[in-house]
Design a protein around this ligand. Structure first.
Ligand code: NAD
Length: 299
Protein backbone atom coordinates (compact mmCIF):
# COMPACT_ATOMS: atom_id res chain seq x y z
CA UNK A 1 0.00 0.00 0.00
CA UNK A 2 1.38 3.45 -0.93
CA UNK A 3 2.53 5.62 1.95
CA UNK A 4 0.07 8.18 3.28
CA UNK A 5 1.21 11.45 4.83
CA UNK A 6 -0.87 13.14 7.53
CA UNK A 7 -0.07 16.71 8.57
CA UNK A 8 -1.87 18.28 11.54
CA UNK A 9 -2.61 16.02 14.50
CA UNK A 10 -4.96 18.14 16.60
CA UNK A 11 -8.41 17.40 18.00
CA UNK A 12 -9.60 16.01 14.63
CA UNK A 13 -6.37 15.00 12.89
CA UNK A 14 -5.21 12.81 15.77
CA UNK A 15 -8.20 10.40 15.76
CA UNK A 16 -8.53 10.50 11.96
CA UNK A 17 -4.88 9.50 11.49
CA UNK A 18 -5.24 6.89 14.25
CA UNK A 19 -8.10 5.26 12.33
CA UNK A 20 -5.92 5.15 9.20
CA UNK A 21 -3.11 3.55 11.24
CA UNK A 22 -5.44 0.99 12.83
CA UNK A 23 -6.70 -0.04 9.39
CA UNK A 24 -3.20 -0.79 8.18
CA UNK A 25 -2.33 2.35 6.21
CA UNK A 26 1.41 3.02 6.08
CA UNK A 27 1.52 6.47 7.70
CA UNK A 28 4.00 9.34 7.77
CA UNK A 29 2.78 11.94 10.25
CA UNK A 30 3.87 15.47 11.17
CA UNK A 31 2.70 18.23 13.49
CA UNK A 32 4.56 21.40 14.46
CA UNK A 33 3.91 20.29 18.05
CA UNK A 34 5.93 17.08 18.35
CA UNK A 35 4.15 16.10 21.57
CA UNK A 36 1.07 15.28 19.43
CA UNK A 37 2.88 12.42 17.66
CA UNK A 38 3.59 9.63 20.25
CA UNK A 39 0.09 8.04 20.11
CA UNK A 40 0.52 7.62 16.35
CA UNK A 41 4.05 6.26 16.69
CA UNK A 42 2.56 3.69 19.07
CA UNK A 43 0.19 2.66 16.26
CA UNK A 44 3.14 2.10 13.92
CA UNK A 45 3.25 5.47 12.10
CA UNK A 46 6.58 6.99 11.13
CA UNK A 47 6.99 10.41 12.74
CA UNK A 48 8.51 12.91 10.31
CA UNK A 49 10.55 15.96 11.35
CA UNK A 50 9.10 18.31 8.73
CA UNK A 51 6.42 18.79 6.08
CA UNK A 52 9.09 18.17 3.44
CA UNK A 53 9.95 14.76 4.89
CA UNK A 54 6.29 13.73 4.64
CA UNK A 55 5.94 15.10 1.10
CA UNK A 56 9.06 13.27 -0.11
CA UNK A 57 7.66 9.92 1.07
CA UNK A 58 3.91 9.91 0.56
CA UNK A 59 1.77 9.25 -2.51
CA UNK A 60 -1.17 10.96 -0.81
CA UNK A 61 -0.71 13.74 1.73
CA UNK A 62 -3.64 14.67 4.00
CA UNK A 63 -3.65 18.10 5.64
CA UNK A 64 -5.82 18.83 8.71
CA UNK A 65 -4.64 22.17 10.08
CA UNK A 66 -6.55 25.09 11.63
CA UNK A 67 -7.11 27.64 8.84
CA UNK A 68 -6.15 29.10 5.44
CA UNK A 69 -2.70 30.51 6.39
CA UNK A 70 -1.61 27.10 7.75
CA UNK A 71 -2.79 25.29 4.58
CA UNK A 72 -0.99 27.90 2.41
CA UNK A 73 2.18 27.45 4.49
CA UNK A 74 2.06 23.65 4.47
CA UNK A 75 1.30 23.31 0.75
CA UNK A 76 2.70 26.42 -0.95
CA UNK A 77 5.22 27.78 1.58
CA UNK A 78 9.00 27.26 1.58
CA UNK A 79 9.74 23.61 2.31
CA UNK A 80 6.07 22.86 1.69
CA UNK A 81 4.44 20.00 -0.19
CA UNK A 82 4.70 21.75 -3.58
CA UNK A 83 8.46 22.27 -3.11
CA UNK A 84 9.19 18.80 -1.82
CA UNK A 85 6.61 16.39 -3.20
CA UNK A 86 6.72 14.22 -6.28
CA UNK A 87 4.90 14.19 -9.62
CA UNK A 88 1.57 12.40 -9.50
CA UNK A 89 1.21 13.04 -5.78
CA UNK A 90 -2.27 13.81 -4.45
CA UNK A 91 -2.92 16.36 -1.70
CA UNK A 92 -6.20 16.05 0.21
CA UNK A 93 -6.98 19.06 2.38
CA UNK A 94 -9.56 18.25 5.05
CA UNK A 95 -9.32 21.56 6.96
CA UNK A 96 -12.09 24.16 6.96
CA UNK A 97 -10.64 27.16 5.11
CA UNK A 98 -11.52 30.01 2.73
CA UNK A 99 -12.68 28.70 -0.69
CA UNK A 100 -10.31 31.14 -2.44
CA UNK A 101 -7.37 29.48 -0.67
CA UNK A 102 -8.66 26.06 -1.74
CA UNK A 103 -8.84 27.31 -5.35
CA UNK A 104 -5.30 28.77 -5.18
CA UNK A 105 -3.83 25.60 -3.69
CA UNK A 106 -5.68 23.39 -6.21
CA UNK A 107 -4.49 25.51 -9.16
CA UNK A 108 -0.84 25.52 -7.99
CA UNK A 109 -0.85 21.75 -7.53
CA UNK A 110 -2.54 21.09 -10.88
CA UNK A 111 0.01 23.32 -12.62
CA UNK A 112 2.74 21.18 -11.07
CA UNK A 113 1.11 17.96 -12.31
CA UNK A 114 -0.26 16.98 -8.91
CA UNK A 115 -3.82 16.16 -7.91
CA UNK A 116 -5.92 17.95 -5.29
CA UNK A 117 -9.01 16.95 -3.32
CA UNK A 118 -10.84 19.06 -0.76
CA UNK A 119 -12.66 16.86 1.74
CA UNK A 120 -13.69 18.87 4.80
CA UNK A 121 -15.22 16.97 7.65
CA UNK A 122 -18.73 17.06 9.07
CA UNK A 123 -19.79 15.98 12.55
CA UNK A 124 -17.83 16.01 15.81
CA UNK A 125 -14.56 14.84 17.39
CA UNK A 126 -16.44 11.85 18.84
CA UNK A 127 -17.39 10.79 15.29
CA UNK A 128 -13.77 11.21 14.16
CA UNK A 129 -12.77 8.93 17.05
CA UNK A 130 -15.41 6.34 16.15
CA UNK A 131 -14.57 6.52 12.41
CA UNK A 132 -18.07 7.76 11.60
CA UNK A 133 -17.31 11.19 10.13
CA UNK A 134 -19.05 12.63 7.07
CA UNK A 135 -16.90 13.97 4.24
CA UNK A 136 -17.89 16.64 1.71
CA UNK A 137 -15.64 15.92 -1.24
CA UNK A 138 -14.61 18.24 -4.06
CA UNK A 139 -12.67 16.15 -6.56
CA UNK A 140 -12.39 14.76 -10.06
CA UNK A 141 -13.95 11.28 -10.18
CA UNK A 142 -10.59 9.50 -10.54
CA UNK A 143 -9.07 11.42 -7.63
CA UNK A 144 -12.01 10.54 -5.39
CA UNK A 145 -11.41 6.86 -6.15
CA UNK A 146 -7.76 7.29 -5.12
CA UNK A 147 -8.70 8.65 -1.69
CA UNK A 148 -11.84 6.58 -1.15
CA UNK A 149 -10.05 3.85 0.90
CA UNK A 150 -8.68 6.56 3.21
CA UNK A 151 -12.07 8.22 3.61
CA UNK A 152 -13.71 4.84 4.28
CA UNK A 153 -11.18 4.21 7.05
CA UNK A 154 -12.04 7.53 8.72
CA UNK A 155 -15.77 7.91 8.20
CA UNK A 156 -19.02 6.31 7.13
CA UNK A 157 -20.49 8.93 4.77
CA UNK A 158 -18.77 10.20 1.61
CA UNK A 159 -20.66 12.84 -0.38
CA UNK A 160 -19.19 13.83 -3.74
CA UNK A 161 -20.22 17.51 -3.97
CA UNK A 162 -18.56 18.33 -7.33
CA UNK A 163 -15.12 19.21 -8.65
CA UNK A 164 -12.28 20.65 -6.55
CA UNK A 165 -13.57 23.50 -4.37
CA UNK A 166 -17.12 22.11 -4.10
CA UNK A 167 -16.31 20.31 -0.85
CA UNK A 168 -15.13 23.37 1.03
CA UNK A 169 -18.06 25.43 -0.25
CA UNK A 170 -20.48 22.72 0.93
CA UNK A 171 -18.79 22.78 4.32
CA UNK A 172 -19.29 26.55 4.64
CA UNK A 173 -22.99 26.24 3.77
CA UNK A 174 -23.31 23.47 6.34
CA UNK A 175 -21.50 25.29 9.12
CA UNK A 176 -23.29 28.56 8.39
CA UNK A 177 -26.43 26.67 9.34
CA UNK A 178 -24.84 24.81 12.26
CA UNK A 179 -23.64 28.04 13.85
CA UNK A 180 -26.85 29.93 13.08
CA UNK A 181 -28.94 27.18 14.66
CA UNK A 182 -26.53 27.07 17.61
CA UNK A 183 -27.37 30.73 18.27
CA UNK A 184 -31.11 30.07 17.94
CA UNK A 185 -30.78 27.06 20.26
CA UNK A 186 -29.09 29.25 22.87
CA UNK A 187 -31.76 31.92 22.60
CA UNK A 188 -34.61 29.38 22.72
CA UNK A 189 -33.24 27.78 25.88
CA UNK A 190 -32.75 31.19 27.51
CA UNK A 191 -36.38 31.94 26.65
CA UNK A 192 -37.40 28.61 28.22
CA UNK A 193 -35.43 29.43 31.36
CA UNK A 194 -36.97 32.91 31.47
CA UNK A 195 -40.42 31.27 31.32
CA UNK A 196 -39.33 28.99 34.19
CA UNK A 197 -39.77 25.83 32.12
CA UNK A 198 -38.17 22.48 32.85
CA UNK A 199 -35.22 22.10 30.45
CA UNK A 200 -35.50 18.31 30.05
CA UNK A 201 -39.16 18.63 29.10
CA UNK A 202 -38.65 21.49 26.64
CA UNK A 203 -35.87 19.47 24.98
CA UNK A 204 -38.41 16.65 24.51
CA UNK A 205 -40.90 19.14 23.00
CA UNK A 206 -38.28 20.56 20.60
CA UNK A 207 -37.02 17.08 19.69
CA UNK A 208 -40.56 15.97 18.86
CA UNK A 209 -41.33 18.76 16.35
CA UNK A 210 -39.73 20.31 13.27
CA UNK A 211 -37.96 22.80 15.60
CA UNK A 212 -34.93 20.50 15.61
CA UNK A 213 -34.48 21.24 11.93
CA UNK A 214 -37.09 18.92 10.52
CA UNK A 215 -37.99 22.08 8.58
CA UNK A 216 -35.12 21.47 6.17
CA UNK A 217 -35.42 17.68 6.06
CA UNK A 218 -39.21 17.24 6.36
CA UNK A 219 -41.18 20.37 5.46
CA UNK A 220 -39.05 22.18 2.86
CA UNK A 221 -38.60 19.24 0.43
CA UNK A 222 -42.40 18.91 0.32
CA UNK A 223 -43.16 22.63 0.13
CA UNK A 224 -40.97 25.44 -1.18
CA UNK A 225 -38.28 23.19 -2.68
CA UNK A 226 -40.86 21.60 -4.97
CA UNK A 227 -42.59 24.90 -5.66
CA UNK A 228 -45.61 24.31 -3.42
CA UNK A 229 -46.16 27.54 -1.48
CA UNK A 230 -49.66 26.68 -0.31
CA UNK A 231 -49.89 26.72 3.48
CA UNK A 232 -49.04 24.57 5.67
CA UNK A 233 -48.07 27.13 8.21
CA UNK A 234 -48.73 30.64 6.91
CA UNK A 235 -45.85 33.12 7.02
CA UNK A 236 -48.16 35.58 8.80
CA UNK A 237 -48.67 33.06 11.61
CA UNK A 238 -44.92 32.40 11.80
CA UNK A 239 -44.38 36.16 12.07
CA UNK A 240 -46.94 36.34 14.86
CA UNK A 241 -45.35 33.45 16.80
CA UNK A 242 -41.79 34.65 16.59
CA UNK A 243 -42.96 38.20 17.45
CA UNK A 244 -44.73 36.88 20.58
CA UNK A 245 -41.55 35.06 21.62
CA UNK A 246 -39.29 38.06 20.93
CA UNK A 247 -41.71 40.31 22.86
CA UNK A 248 -41.70 37.91 25.82
CA UNK A 249 -37.91 37.86 25.73
CA UNK A 250 -37.88 41.68 25.72
CA UNK A 251 -40.07 41.75 28.84
CA UNK A 252 -37.71 39.34 30.60
CA UNK A 253 -34.56 41.17 29.47
CA UNK A 254 -33.32 38.19 27.44
CA UNK A 255 -31.35 39.19 24.32
CA UNK A 256 -32.57 37.23 21.27
CA UNK A 257 -30.56 38.64 18.35
CA UNK A 258 -31.16 35.79 15.93
CA UNK A 259 -34.83 35.57 16.88
CA UNK A 260 -35.27 39.29 16.19
CA UNK A 261 -33.63 38.87 12.78
CA UNK A 262 -35.95 35.92 12.02
CA UNK A 263 -38.93 38.12 12.97
CA UNK A 264 -37.77 40.88 10.63
CA UNK A 265 -37.11 38.28 7.93
CA UNK A 266 -40.75 37.26 8.15
CA UNK A 267 -41.79 40.92 8.03
CA UNK A 268 -39.63 41.46 4.95
CA UNK A 269 -41.17 38.47 3.20
CA UNK A 270 -44.69 39.65 3.93
CA UNK A 271 -44.06 43.31 3.01
CA UNK A 272 -42.12 42.95 -0.20
CA UNK A 273 -43.40 39.74 -1.68
CA UNK A 274 -46.95 39.46 -0.50
CA UNK A 275 -46.12 36.03 0.87
CA UNK A 276 -48.10 36.46 4.08
CA UNK A 277 -50.52 33.68 3.20
CA UNK A 278 -47.92 31.37 1.67
CA UNK A 279 -46.27 28.54 3.56
CA UNK A 280 -43.56 30.03 5.76
CA UNK A 281 -40.91 27.98 3.93
CA UNK A 282 -41.56 30.46 1.09
CA UNK A 283 -39.18 32.80 2.93
CA UNK A 284 -36.50 30.91 0.94
CA UNK A 285 -37.87 32.42 -2.29
CA UNK A 286 -37.93 35.90 -0.75
CA UNK A 287 -34.27 35.67 0.32
CA UNK A 288 -33.20 34.23 -3.05
CA UNK A 289 -35.08 37.08 -4.77
CA UNK A 290 -33.18 39.69 -2.73
CA UNK A 291 -29.96 38.17 -4.07
CA UNK A 292 -31.28 37.99 -7.67
CA UNK A 293 -31.13 34.20 -7.46
CA UNK A 294 -33.83 31.91 -8.87
CA UNK A 295 -36.20 30.32 -6.34
CA UNK A 296 -34.49 27.23 -4.87
CA UNK A 297 -36.12 24.07 -6.29
CA UNK A 298 -35.16 20.41 -6.14
CA UNK A 299 -35.03 18.81 -9.59
P1 NAD B 1 -6.64 21.81 16.17
O1 NAD B 1 -6.23 23.22 16.37
O2 NAD B 1 -6.99 20.96 17.33
O3 NAD B 1 -5.51 21.03 15.35
C1 NAD B 1 -4.74 21.59 14.31
C2 NAD B 1 -3.37 20.94 14.34
O4 NAD B 1 -2.60 21.45 13.25
C3 NAD B 1 -2.58 21.25 15.63
O5 NAD B 1 -2.10 20.06 16.22
C4 NAD B 1 -1.45 22.16 15.14
O6 NAD B 1 -0.26 22.02 15.88
C5 NAD B 1 -1.29 21.65 13.70
N1 NAD B 1 -0.62 22.62 12.83
C6 NAD B 1 -0.86 23.96 12.72
N2 NAD B 1 -0.03 24.50 11.81
C7 NAD B 1 0.72 23.49 11.33
C8 NAD B 1 1.77 23.43 10.38
N3 NAD B 1 2.19 24.54 9.74
N4 NAD B 1 2.36 22.23 10.15
C9 NAD B 1 1.93 21.12 10.80
N5 NAD B 1 0.95 21.11 11.73
C10 NAD B 1 0.35 22.30 11.98
O7 NAD B 1 -7.86 21.86 15.11
P2 NAD B 1 -8.94 20.70 14.84
O8 NAD B 1 -10.09 20.85 15.77
O9 NAD B 1 -8.24 19.40 14.69
O10 NAD B 1 -9.48 21.17 13.42
C11 NAD B 1 -8.71 21.05 12.23
C12 NAD B 1 -9.56 21.58 11.08
O11 NAD B 1 -10.77 20.82 10.99
C13 NAD B 1 -9.99 23.05 11.25
O12 NAD B 1 -9.99 23.68 10.01
C14 NAD B 1 -11.40 22.92 11.84
O13 NAD B 1 -12.19 24.06 11.55
C15 NAD B 1 -11.91 21.68 11.13
N6 NAD B 1 -12.94 20.90 11.87
C16 NAD B 1 -12.93 20.80 13.22
C17 NAD B 1 -13.92 20.04 13.87
C18 NAD B 1 -13.95 19.90 15.39
O14 NAD B 1 -14.99 19.47 15.93
N7 NAD B 1 -12.85 20.21 16.10
C19 NAD B 1 -14.90 19.36 13.12
C20 NAD B 1 -14.84 19.43 11.73
C21 NAD B 1 -13.86 20.20 11.12
Amino acid sequence: MAKTGFIGLGAMGQPMAANLGRQGHDLFVYDIFQHRTPPLRDLGATVAGSVAEVAEQAGVVVTMVPDSPEVEAVVLGPGGILDSGTAGQLVMDMSTIAPETTDRVAAALHEAGRAFVDAPVGRLVTHAEAGTSLFMVGAADTDLERVRPLLEAMGDTILHCGGPGAGIRSKLVNNFLVVGINQMNAEALALAQGFGLDLATILKVIGGTTASNGQLSVNWPNKVLKGDLSPGFRLALAHKDVSLAVESARKMGIPVFAGAVAREGCAMGMATDGYADNDFSGIADAVAGLANLPPPRLA
